[in-house]
Design a protein around this ligand. Sequence first.
Ligand SMILES: C[C@](O)(C(=O)O)[C@H](CC(=O)O)C(=O)O
Ligand SMILES: [Mg+2]
Length: 302
Amino acid sequence: MLFSTTTPEAKRRALREMLSSGRTVQFPGAFTPLSTKLIAEQGFDGVYISGAVLANELGFPDIGLTALPEVAQRAGQIARVTDLPCLVDADTGFGEPMNVARTVQELENAGLAGCHIEDQFNPKRCGHLDGKNVVDLETAVKRVAAAAQARRDPDFLVMARTDVRGVDGLKAATDRAKALVDAGADAIFPEAMADLSEFEAMRAAVDVPILANMTEFGKSELFTLDQLQDVGVNMVIYPVTLLRSALGAMERVLTTLRADGTQQAAVDEMLTRARLYELVDYTGYNRFDSGIFDFEVPGLHR
Ligand SMILES: C[C@](O)(C(=O)O)[C@H](CC(=O)O)C(=O)O
Ligand SMILES: [Mg+2]
């Protein structure tokens, strides 16, 4: 009830353990605290908090318009409703290395298990679009080093994302990933890999966990969990899947409502009131209230 009872430190340890388990863990992207509960119910390993979703939900494109307080607040709202570890997209770290340091500390305070920081220029772009730009190696290394030094919990995961593959090719991406690991990255997010052999090459290049981004309509095919496990990927994210699905459903019901003058034909596709209450643990809250108010104090009602 209210908040998760698992501490951020325990979630970070759990994330570290799952990343060294040899199993490929799945982190669907939550887009609200409530949708986070659906992810946990299905038995997923953790929750991803996407920068694109955060920006899009505010009605913005994903071009670096969101600011650290907004991201930390939303990520914290999501992290606090679940016992699962949450990994948040910290874009470029929101500024210079000093800003990156503050970003990491704010995200630690918000209860996140880790974050990823990318080597794009600001204004950034979706990693699966053409026309993005990356910063030079020195700048990228400084961002990651600042992040690694700033954390107070040594288990907070600092993941470095490199967007170099889409700009200078695979060899440049593996070289950059190695340098980012030397700078203190605990894990690597190689963005926009073209196929499974590219994940294999990244796997061979670094000895830290690697992430696969299975975003729809992007540069990579939607590989299965088994395929990604076979090439040694440690974590898979599905960043925008829930947002796209929810918006698809919303668009359909609005079309029905507009056409029919009633939503009746769409009711069967909706989450029922009972199921919604179950998700928000309505009865748990009621029980709490009765526990507090249904007691007798001798003499009180005389
Ligand atoms: C992973 C990502 O950074 C995100 O913000 O979720 C995006 C996802 C997307 O735009 O599909 C990305 O740059 O890949
Ligand atoms: Mg992003």
